[in-house]
Design a protein around this ligand. Structure first.
Ligand SMILES: *[C@@H]1O[C@H](CO)[C@@H](O)[C@H](O)[C@H]1NC(C)=O
Ligand SMILES: *[C@@H]1O[C@H](CO)[C@@H](O)[C@H](O)[C@H]1NC(C)=O
Ligand SMILES: *[C@@H]1O[C@H](CO)[C@@H](O)[C@H](O)[C@H]1NC(C)=O
Ligand SMILES: *[C@@H]1O[C@H](CO)[C@@H](O)[C@H](O)[C@H]1NC(C)=O
Length: 234
């Protein structure tokens, strides 16, 4: 990712964070913008429609909202980008450790982040409260490390295990939580489009609803470019 793109988003979204939280612990502000960019997405805000999703890896509503969003992202291609933020909800057991696993894996191989998120979505019930009630914290982490290594590649096993022993991934996950709090997000999933909360969204935005929201924006962007080029020609 080009530095200028990072800088653009930092300017757009993080100056508030810097001002409000600079008196906090030393990992605020973070050294890079919070969130994971999906596939070919870009953070060049002047060139793409930016969807921000706030997800909890063990939240059923987040899970259910992902396939239609993914379908929409593939439909729009480079015209729309997704920046995914994690909000580990305090009332979901194992939300923090699964979120931390995503940060660890993202720093090892960023192409594996969304595959791991999808793995968590499809094996979510393994990590719900009732199912893990009798398990120790260490054994849950071990299970997560093993599973993540299955998705990323066996050779990553030690690195992922080490990641859970490294305060950096703990800080990154805290930053995700704080960033969501700063944006006023109090549940998952939450969606923002170009910085504004998606109207009437609730949890259940299906593919048709995404098309209804995004089609007019894509149209606007096209005609804006068209006007620019006409202006250039005249
Ligand atoms: C990203 O690019 C690849 C290769 O061109 C393509 O197959 C994929 O669908 C693209 N992803 C999105 C979300 O547009
Ligand atoms: C990174 O992850 C992707 C997706 O899981 C995988 O295809 C790729 O081989 C991995 N790269 C390395 C260097 O392990
Ligand atoms: C947890 O332990 C209790 C008491 O031994 C048992 O009744 C319960 O079925 C166990 N739950 C699970 C999910 O293993
Ligand atoms: C975790 O950190 C402790 C203390 O720094 C160290 O003794 C231990 O070997 C580490 N474990 C792993 C799996 O890296």
């Amino acid at each position: 990712m080009k530095m200028s793109r990072v800088a653009t988003l930092q300017f757009a979204a993080f100056h508030v964070l810097v001002v409000l939280l600079s008196v906090g612990a030393d990992y605020i502000p973070p050294s890079r913008v919070d969130g994971f960019v999906y596939e070919n997405g870009s953070l060049d805000l002047l060139d793409t429609i930016l969807i921000e999703a706030f997800y909890d890896p063990v939240c059923p509503d987040s899970r259910d909202s992902w396939p239609p969003l993914k379908q929409a992202l593939h439909h729009y291609g480079s015209r729309v980008s997704l920046l995914l933020h994690l909000l580990p909800l305090p009332y979901h057991d194992n939300a923090f450790v699964t979120s931390r696993a995503l940060h660890i894996v993202n720093s090892l191989n960023s192409s594996a982040t969304f595959p791991l998120l999808e793995w968590f979505f499809s094996h979510q019930e393994k990590f719900y409260g009732a199912q893990t009630r009798n398990l120790s914290r260490a054994s849950i982490i071990e299970e997560i490390v093993k599973s993540a290594a299955k998705v990323v590649g066996r050779s990553y096993y030690n690195a992922i295990k080490k990641g859970f022993n490294d305060t950096k991934s703990d800080y990154q996950t805290r930053v995700s939580f704080k960033y969501a709090a700063l944006r006023g997000v109090y549940g998952t999933p939450f969606f923002y489009v170009n910085g504004f909360l998606l109207p009437d969204a609730g949890g259940s935005v299906d593919y048709k609803a995404w098309r209804k929201f995004i089609d007019p924006l894509v149209g606007d962007k096209k005609s804006a470019h068209h006007e620019e080029s006409l202006h250039f020609l005249s």
